[in-house]
Design a binder for this molecule. Structure first.
Ligand code: ASP
Length: 588
């Protein structure tokens, strides 16, 4: 072994011991005859010191050594003199007097400072990811992720789940994205698809009698890189037989409640048990189906008042079946016209043509973009409906239901952020249930599954499938945390007949269904237990627990927002010969 101890473990109880350490030079400071070197390894940092009088050779050997060189040191641990103790680090009570130095590997000056936090272009961080990962913040994130996954494995093991690996080279497994395809050399013109999730395979494991399955599964989805998506990401994929939706939700909730208590005890659950909302309720109250429930500022519907307000814009929206809703931002009543204009621009991204407002200033005045058009008494009624007081800013959107919900839902979270209501150490988990089973796709004039093809409708709503599919609810549940959907699942269809009916409803032709999912339909004929599952996203959950702004911070080697690995430069061209073997002709 190159080391007798790790850099982080030395304390006063090691005083006067001889130790051998190895690691990276974190920092060096020269003071004439003495040089201080902070040595770092994964477990911490320790201060070491050379002394030209006592160990001249070691002092000399240390001369060329710079930051990030890899060295091995023999020395003796001493307690630091009183007054020199550094309570900030675990090894702050001691230092190591260097007796011998061996340079294991020098280093070029790194393009990233490892020993201090600084604003740095993310592309540079990703290009030199192996250096970026040396930093404290990233090391902590890797450790947290390891602990999360370990806790999950241990918990599920104790609850009778089997971890089973499923293939990466498989067949199309749709979850609403494009597939990544892999050409087959042995079967010209044929392709494997990388799984968008192990959905079919976990269901087949239920047919196989596994009963309780899980996998820390990699999923591949070729979609545009909006926000914090990655072409490949990791889910805790889970499936159970002989269960109803309550059972899956209960196991998941218990797992994550205990995980939080154990792994991030400094964070608090907003509510336990987690609140449950129907889809309709979350939309009406928060404007989105993955709401941040750590704060109020809920949407208020006043379409009824707006319909006879005298204000033409409101009235015509209400007449044409649109919604008029608003939110009350407490404490923003003194916002300037310019600040409100900026918010108007913000909601315009989501299709809102305007943002009407009433500002109740802190000194009792009222400013409004539309009050002059209102019929008598209406402004007062609106203010009453919102229970608004001086200092409040009321913001309204009048538009189609989709645009109203989306723009106000987003605006609510933006303002929640500005007002400091999204407390980073609070975890607002909730469940959303009773989603519509299918959504109408006006462009294609067809019904799309709102979850995926294998989700079962609510048994009492099966009757609607033929007559009025939009009325049917699915047996689906979403796990939501602090404004993110962090997991979704459902009770599945386990009946061949019903599965075929759903394929037909969503316009999947019989032959296509047979070609793509024939193996599922066939399996369902051999005794399939009722089953259901869920797939919480590991990246997003770790991101939130780590307090990071995006999932790239908790993935060791993520792609950039252009789906590129800028470190290794992937994707990249390949040899002509390789293409030939794969029977592929590339046209520019
Ligand atoms: N396969 C689903 C997904 O990836 C999760 C599930 O239904 O279990 O979202």
């Amino acid at each position: 072994m190159y080391k007798s101890h790790t850099c982080g473990e030395l304390t006063a109880k090691h005083a006067e011991q001889e130790v051998t350490l190895a690691g990276w030079v974190h920092r060096r400071r020269d003071h004439g005859g003495v040089t201080f070197i902070d040595l770092r390894d994964r477990f911490g940092v320790v201060q070491m010191v050379t002394n030209a009088d006592l160990y001249p050779e070691a002092h000399k050997d240390m001369e060329p050594v710079r930051s990030e060189w890899v060295i091995q040191v023999k020395g003796r641990v001493h307690k630091r003199p009183v007054g020199m103790v550094n309570p900030e680090i675990s090894t702050g009570e001691i230092e190591v007097e260097i007796q011998e130095v061996k340079i294991l590997n020098p280093a070029k000056t790194p393009p990233i400072y490892i020993n201090k936090e600084e604003e740095i272009d993310e592309q540079v961080r990703l290009r030199y990811r192996y250096l970026d990962l040396r930093k404290e913040r990233m090391r902590r994130n890797l450790e947290l992720r390891h602990q999360v996954v370990k806790f999950i494995r241990d918990y599920l093991d104790q609850h009778g789940f089997l971890e089973v690996e499923t293939p990466i080279l498989f067949k199309t497994t749709p979850e609403g994205a494009r597939d990544y395809l892999v050409p087959s050399r042995l079967h010209p013109g044929e392709f494997y698809a990388l799984p968008q999730s192990p959905q079919q395979l976990k269901q087949l494991l239920m047919v196989a009698g596994v009963e309780r399955y899980f996998q820390i599964a990699r999923c591949f989805r070729d979609e545009d890189q909006r926000g914090d998506r990655q072409p490949e990401f990791t889910q805790l994929d889970l499936e159970m037989s002989f269960v109803e939706r309550e059972d899956v939700m209960n196991v998941t909730e218990d797992l994550f409640t205990k995980l939080v208590a154990e792994i991030v005890p400094e964070m608090k659950l907003l509510q336990s048990p987690w609140p449950r909302f129907t889809y309709e309720e979350v939309m009406a109250r928060f404007g989105k189906d993955n709401p941040d429930i750590r704060f109020g500022m809920e949407l208020v519907d006043f379409t009824d008042l707006a319909a006879q307000s005298g204000f033409r814009v409101f009235e015509s929206v209400a007449e044409s079946g649109g919604h008029v809703r608003g939110i009350k931002a407490q404490g923003l009543g003194d916002y300037s016209r310019k600040q409100i204009e900026e918010l108007t621009e913000f909601v315009s991204q989501y299709g809102a043509k305007g943002l009407a407002y009433v500002a109740l200033t802190s000194d009792g005045e009222q400013r409004s973009s539309f009050a002059k058009y209102l019929s008598e008494g209406t402004l007062k009624e609106i203010i009453m409906r919102f229970e608004a007081e001086p200092g409040d800013l009321l913001l309204f959107v009048a538009a189609s239901p989709e645009v109203t919900f989306e723009s106000l839902g987003r605006l609510r979270e933006l303002l929640g952020e500005r007002l400091g209501l999204r407390k980073p150490d609070v975890l607002g988990f909730c469940w959303v249930i009773d989603f519509p089973f299918v959504m109408y796709n006006a462009e294609e004039e067809s019904w799309d599954p709102s979850h995926h093809l294998f989700t079962s409708p609510m048994p009492e709503d099966i009757v609607f499938l033929d007559t009025n599919p939009g009325e049917a609810r699915g047996q689906q549940y979403d796990m939501v945390l602090n404004g993110y959907e962090v997991g979704g699942g459902s009770i599945r269809i386990h009946d061949r007949q019903l599965q075929a009916q759903v394929f037909e409803l969503i316009g999947l032709e019989k032959e296509v269904a047979q070609e793509r999912f024939g193996h599922m339909l066939e399996a369902f004929e051999y005794g399939t237990p009722p089953h259901g599952g869920i797939a919480p996203g590991i990246d997003r959950i770790c991101m939130i627990l780590a307090g990071e702004p995006n999932i790239r911070e908790v993935i060791a080697f993520p792609k950039n927002q252009n789906a590129r690995d800028v470190m290794a430069s992937a994707p990249s061209p390949v040899e002509q010969q390789q293409l030939k073997e794969l029977h592929i002709d590339v046209r520019a």
